[in-house]
Design a protein around this ligand. Structure first.
Ligand SMILES: O=c1[nH]c(=O)n([C@H]2C[C@H](O)[C@@H](COP(=O)(O)O)O2)cc1CO
Ligand SMILES: [Zn+2]
Length: 175
């Protein structure tokens, strides 16, 4: 008998992004991203973390001094969206959609545009990063890349994703 009880495509792809986020070692924020082709095939997944070979246990990488690039975590962490692009298993990414757990920063937006991704679907948007988000938004608009919140696109998927995020948050303890 056929089972009609299944999740929406948007839930699946944001769910994959959230599962990837659960692998992140960043105690401040765990982000994930999933790139999907027009045929609903996943071509790349990533989460925020240090480049390969850089030791996660080296506290130097996680320092918070933004006045000194050598001692700032921002010099070292590869963003989730960037990792999803770098990890992609099929090219080109023209016409793809990227599902991101967070509204992408301008640097990631540059890469998103340059590889030909045509749509961004995000889960959360940090209100206090209004100016940064506006910079991302301007580039995306000028480049003709659509950006929409999962909440606006598919409210049920957004609700489902928020529950999954909560479950991951409470159930991941270094396993
Ligand atoms: O778009 C993003 N994608 C992404 O993976 N991140 C990562 C970088 C850091 O590891 C973590 C927290 O970012 P921040 O320190 O900029 O608040 O989330 C952060 C952003 C937004 O800045
Ligand atoms: Zn970014």
């Amino acid at each position: 008998m056929k089972n009609d009880s299944l999740i929406h495509w948007h839930s699946m792809f944001m769910g994959v992004a959230l599962l990837a986020a659960a692998r992140s070692k960043d105690a401040r924020k765990r982000n994930g991203a999933c790139i999907v082709g027009p045929d609903n095939k996943i071509s790349g997944v990533g989460y925020n973390g240090l480049p390969r070979g850089c030791d996660d246990h080296d506290e130097h990488y996680w320092q918070d001094d933004d006045s000194d690039p050598l001692n700032s975590r921002h010099s070292y962490i590869v963003h989730a969206e960037q990792n999803a692009i770098l990890n992609c298993t099929s090219l080109p990414l023209h016409g793809s959609t990227i599902y991101a757990t967070q509204y992408p920063c301008p640097r990631c937006v540059q890469s998103i545009i340059q590889v030909g991704i045509k749509r961004v679907v995000y889960l959360d948007k940090k209100a206090h990063q209004e100016r940064v988000n506006a910079a991302s938004e301007k580039m995306l608009a000028d480049a003709g890349v659509e950006i929409e919140s999962l909440q606006a696109l598919q409210p049920e998927s957004a609700e489902w994703s928020a529950e999954l995020a909560q479950f991951i948050e409470t159930s991941t303890t270094n396993r």
